[in-house]
Design a protein around this ligand. Sequence first.
Ligand SMILES: [Zn+2]
Length: 459
Amino acid sequence: MKKPNAIQTILSVAACKLTRLFLRKTGRGGTAVPGIAAMKVCKNILAAVSDGMEIIVVTGTNGKTTTCNMIEHALTSAGRSCLLNKSGANLLHGIASDLISNADWLGHPKYKSAVLECDEAALKQLVQYLTPKAIVVTNLFSDQVDRYGGVQNTLKEIRTGVERSSSSILVLNADEPLSASLALNVPNKVIWYGLEKTVGVRGNIDLSDAGTCPVCGSEYKYDFHIYAHLGGFVCPKCGHGRHTPDVAVVSIDKTSSSGSTIHLKTREGTREVFVALPAVYNIYNAAAAVAAASAAGVPVQKAIESLSTVHSSFGRLETFELNGNRLQMILVKNPAGCNQAFSYVTGFDEDFTAVLYLNNRTGDGHDISWINDTDYEKLCSDPHLKKIYVGGDRAQDLSDRLRKAGASDDLQQIVPDYHQLSDLLKQEKRPVFILPNYTAMMEIRQILVQETGTKEFWE
Ligand SMILES: [Zn+2]
């Protein structure tokens, strides 16, 4: 889109900054409002405030926030100044607010690079106003069906965004057939990442999101499985299938609650690296981050090294300490992510307590039927699970689901309010895993921040 002139730019930037200031002074958040104000004054303001910036956009169902965090860490470790939209405002106007308020009053960007988390449906809007150097698609799973009308529709929305941004490098998950299909019939350069058969991981297999071959419509066959519909997929009829990854995890050597030691193969050879965030899905995020950072010109070795010092982001395996006891929070919002979280929490040889909270407000998706497709049986059959605290607006539905999965009334307890939860957690002696969905996470986190003195994420 054409760049606005100097006057338009100044007025638009002022609209954004002043609106933001006013909202802060009056104690309101409203992350999208400053962006709306700025784009009302000048529709194509993003073309000005992103001019000369190297922008990496990350979209997909799961792992967006952590992947963004890892890419930003790789870029800053390589000495780049980098903007990250931390606030979770990942729709067009929220992203606009962040970009514009981080430009000076004349609209010149203060950062060399930006890593932008973008909602799947918002990508096609965003790329009308700016040109990403790279677009990363983490994966696609059924998520919040009431919002998007199914995963195939989400795929179409992302494809529209990709088709509008033909000069962007695509960073795609080679193991996930839906997002991998984005490489078909577009001129974009692609960097692939994935886990090789040699890692020998085999989690919950659920092929319901795999779709069919986009070339001929046949069902895929798999040489190997990683989890859900991720793995070595191939069409038996036409041969369309998984692309060999450019950034490939060839082995997972050691896993613990603090991270995983893996071997990563790139064009520069194979090397051992410690990924300082636990669980298999973070190994995918790490490989995506290395691929994205290299798309932005960061030396591959530098990007790999940065993985050993990355920190967890807001609500994604964030760790708290309460009265000397360890609490880990994992945001869960769909069956695939939740099943992965269960694989993680049941992977230790240690008794633990689980806290499961379910809300269905705006921000969570109103439809909670996804809990029926989630493998609570895996969690409830773990002999190390000694107590489950259940809460949130839909505590009763969740409790019923847990009972069906084998959790007795002795094992589970409904906790109606957050202060009671806080008191129970203070008395806990076992490690605690807290698995809330989005708005519940915000509320639990607020209490933990008060109790433990953890800094708020914007500080
Ligand atoms: Zn085929």
